[in-house]
Ligand binder design. Structure first.
Ligand code: GYE
Length: 329
């Protein structure tokens, strides 16, 4: 009898002790103390920005810098001034500095494979921010950014509506071989297939800048004059440059020439209030908070999806004045 009680006592002790240990283990896991989980305060992030070509980009850079500061992490920021070679150099420097994670907004889609491989070999994850790169999926942790093809489709649907399905369109393309230029080009044409009377009569790169937008639009006007019914600009800045050219030419932007662009920067809202722009498709540059949250997850080995898309809408002149004060870029 006594032996049985003794055995029962031993068995119950094992159950209770085992349970306690499991409890402690799972608590350690949730509080993250079982391994050396990283926190923002000891995170070092390298970020290769492509340049400062537009107000969109200024908003993007500000979001990244401000968020880093408020989270108290170390950000090594590099501005490539529109040159891929500068971005590649910056990434190599980040590798040499042994940062924890590298964020990059690739100016163009191609030419990244070897430097991304170098980062991978050094055990440093790459996060694509804003623009995609054309590389195998195992060379980057995730892509945080917009569906540029859908933005192109949205612009075309709006344009079809504004033109009543008929008209001559000129196009200001973004930076050649960049993901947003490639996809906004494709998405727009995809929808136009359903509108045989809407024709793109000229298409040229304005490099996402106001200066180029103005210059290229002047050329379009010289060549086609009032045959132009509409302008599709891959970003607001190039549309705003084109608006200057249209006014100088003696036509009324937004009336004589219907204009649809992409980004939804504050200046585009002002242009809509002034009646010079007919619609802007939103593209969100405020990616700082999501980028660092994702960076920390990646460094801690947590799951992240291969693409974290932005949620975006379309804006029109009707309520531009009401919305402008709420816009942050
Ligand atoms: O639309 C444009 C900027 O990559 C989505 O780059 C971004 C684009 C944006 O210069 O204004």
């Amino acid at each position: 009898m006594r032996v049985k009680a003794y055995i029962l006592f031993i068995l119950m002790s094992c159950v209770i002790l085992g349970g306690c240990k499991r409890g402690i283990d799972s608590e350690l896991q949730t509080t993250g103390q079982s391994e050396n989980k990283r926190v923002y305060q000891n995170l070092v992030v390298g970020f290769s920005q492509l340049g400062a070509e537009s107000k969109w980009r200024d908003g993007n850079t500000a979001s990244i810098k401000k968020t880093a500061e408020s989270l108290g992490l170390e950000l090594i920021f590099s501005d490539a001034q529109q040159k891929q070679e500068n971005q590649i150099k910056a990434i190599r420097t980040f590798i040499a500095q042994q940062v924890d994670v590298i964020g990059v907004s690739p100016i163009v889609e191609t030419g990244w494979e070897s430097v991304f491989q170098e980062a991978k070999d050094a055990g440093i994850p790459i996060i694509l921010v804003d623009r995609r790169a054309d590389v195998p999926e195992e060379l980057y942790a995730t892509y945080i950014g917009s569906d540029f093809t859908e933005e192109g489709r949205k612009a075309a649907r709006v344009m079809a509506e504004l033109l009543g399905g008929k008209g001559n369109i000129v196009e200001l393309v973004g930076t050649i071989n960049s993901a947003p230029a490639n996809d906004r080009y494709i998405g727009f044409r995809e929808i136009l297939q359903d509108y045989p009377e809407m024709k793109i009569i000229a298409s040229e790169s304005a490099d996402f800048t106001r200066a180029k937008g103005e210059e290229v639009m002047r050329g379009f006007l010289e060549q086609y004059g009032d045959q132009i019914d509409a302008l599709y600009a891959h970003n607001d800045d190039s549309a705003l440059g084109a608006i200057r050219a249209i006014e100088d030419y003696g036509l009324q932007p937004g009336q004589d020439i219907i204009i649809v662009s992409v980004d939804a920067i504050r200046d585009a809202f002002q242009a809509m209030i002034d009646g010079k722009l007919n619609a802007t498709v939103e593209c969100n540059p405020l990616l700082g908070p999501l980028f660092f949250e994702t960076a920390l997850k990646v460094v801690n080995g947590e799951y992240v999806p291969k693409w974290i898309p932005s949620q975006e809408s379309i804006f029109f002149p009707e309520n531009a004045a009401e919305i402008l004060p709420t816009r942050k870029y």
